[in-house]
Design a protein around this ligand. Structure first.
Ligand code: GDG
Length: 470
């Protein structure tokens, strides 16, 4: 079996791959350890051109090499802050209104992909398989192919793939999809995302898609598949239980004075539906006076991408809404929304999930949403909380025990909260059992192993026996 090469925008540090049991980094690292290989990508540092060109920095951990490079300020601005996060992210989340397109940023995006690919080529061996992750790196395989790499290359898109009419808003949409055809295998989170890609291929690229997912487009053949990312539910359950009596949980419990707890955790991102969520919670207090003073929403939202303008705006909007709602419904000893703009340790989050009666996860669009899965996994099976989940999270297709809501329907969300707050124990247990079974059946290992199995079974491209590169 050949080595595995993982490429992602950010590379986890060797410590991160061990510290956060159940996290994505741990899952990917598991596969790297088994096959041996390289994890390659950006270090997260902005550096001078000389330092950037001197990379990659190599760090060895057993059979795994962590290979990282720094980005120059210009590369960071154009590739990361620009085209990736100000064009692709909003459009792929159906937010054209928040997107901008600059030719220079797109050129920078392609330039950085080509530069990264060039750096990786030197680390490749002929029978390596290469797994590229996410929207930052769509043209990566095309860049590798142009350097003569014929190895099997797979791509997994962690975020939604938009319907063609939405994708057309990005001027170089055709180049992007053409770049995607340079992979051997494309993995999507849901059948809807896969279908959207197929629709683009057939309607806008004069390509074909066979019943078993063989795509022919731009003179190339590739396969697509649905690989729903998961968690390791039993590890999360164990972690949540282990830390349930720690000080942070006891302090929270004491401060709640018997009130019901609704928990939300999201990166501070406009795709997560935070403003709509706060308003639905406000509606609960407005329509059901009996809950005033008796239920608290804890929203943990660590800031991300805070140098992108749209992220500064969502932060302001949310601070305004939290202040407004709290001003309206607080008492001298009661604050309805506790809004925490901070990062928490993973073990703390899992034990707080276990303590709460409702997991409130209402993105406007989300590839999968791992928080929803983590919430279910962290529950005490003897007294589980209820998940209120947006139909626009990929996870909604799997978690049939959740109360599904449309986040744009504030009254519907409010009614789901009322229902969850009053749900009898036997119904909560039944729903929790259904969802735990779904999480175990399709855990993070299944996601990873099935993608890699399918990638390894793809025929090698080009003429080179067993792959390789010039
Ligand atoms: C993308 C896609 C897809 C959050 N706050 C803290 C913290 N987190 C952790 C959560 C969870 C992860 O971050 C977030 O994952 P999500 O899946 O919910 O969302 P994205 O970050 O948008 O991820 C998404 C995912 O990729 C995987 O394919 O599901 O759709 O958008 O694990 O627990 N972790 C810690 N402190 C925090 O404050 N330690």
């Amino acid at each position: 079996m050949g080595r595995l090469i993982v490429v992602s925008n950010r590379v986890a540090t060797p410590t991160e791959t061990k510290g956060s049991a159940g996290g994505l980094a741990v899952g990917v690292f598991g596969a790297l350890k088994d096959a041996g290989g390289v994890w390659f990508g950006w270090s997260g540092d902005v550096v001078s051109e000389t330092v950037a060109n001197a990379g990659p920095m190599l760090e060895q951990d057993g059979a795994v090499t962590f290979a990282t490079v720094g980005l120059t300020r210009k590369d960071y601005d154009q590739y990361y802050r620009g085209f990736s996060n100000a064009t692709l992210w909003p459009v792929f989340h159906y937010r054209n209104d928040l997107a901008r397109y600059e030719r220079e940023e797109y050129a920078g995006y392609r330039r950085v992909n080509a530069w990264l690919a060039h750096k990786l080529v030197k680390l490749l061996e002929p029978d390596d398989i290469i797994w590229i992750h996410d929207y930052h790196l769509i043209p990566f395989a095309e860049a590798l192919r142009s350097e003569g790499v014929t190895n099997r290359i797979g791509f997994f898109l962690h975020i939604p793939f938009p319907a063609p009419q939405i994708l057309l808003n990005i001027p170089p949409h055709e180049e992007l999809v053409k770049s995607m055809s340079c992979y051997d295998l494309l993995g999507f989170q849901t059948a809807t995302d896969q279908q959207a890609f197929h629709d683009y291929v057939t309607r806008h690229a004069r390509g074909t898609v066979s019943a078993d997912g063989l795509v022919e487009a731009f003179g190339r053949k590739l396969r697509t598949g649905v690989y729903r990312i998961g968690v390791f539910p039993d590890e999360i359950a164990e972690q949540a239980k282990r830390y349930e009596s720690r000080q942070h949980v006891l302090e929270l419990k004491q401060s709640l004075e018997g009130r019901k707890l609704v928990m939300s955790v999201d990166r501070l991102d406009y795709s997560k539906g935070l403003v709509e969520r706060f308003r639905a919670f406000e509606l609960l207090l407005e329509r059901s006076p009996e809950w005033r003073g008796n239920v608290t929403l804890v929203q943990i939202a660590p800031p991300t991408r805070s140098d992108v303008a749209t992220y500064q705006k969502i932060r302001q909007d949310l601070e305004y809404e939290a202040g407004r709602i709290n001003g309206r419904y607080s008492g001298l000893d009661y604050t309805p929304i506790r809004y925490l703009n901070q990062q928490y340790d993973r073990w703390k989050l899992m034990s707080l999930f276990r303590e709460s009666q409702i997991g409130f996860v209402t993105p406007l669009h989300d590839g999968m949403n791992l928080v929803a899965k983590e919430y279910v996994a962290a529950q005490n099976p003897d007294d589980p909380g209820v998940l209120v989940l947006s139909i626009f999270a990929g996870a909604a297709a799997e978690l049939s025990g959740a109360l599904l809501v449309n986040p744009h329907d504030a009254i519907g969300v409010c009614e789901a909260l009322q229902r969850a707050l009053q749900m009898p124990l036997d119904a909560r247990q039944r729903r929790h059992e259904i969802d735990m079974a779904a999480l175990r059946k399709n855990d993070l290992g299944v996601w990873r192993d099935s993608f890699l199995r399918d990638l390894r079974s793809m025929p090698v491209r080009g003429s080179g026996e067993g792959g390789g590169h010039k």
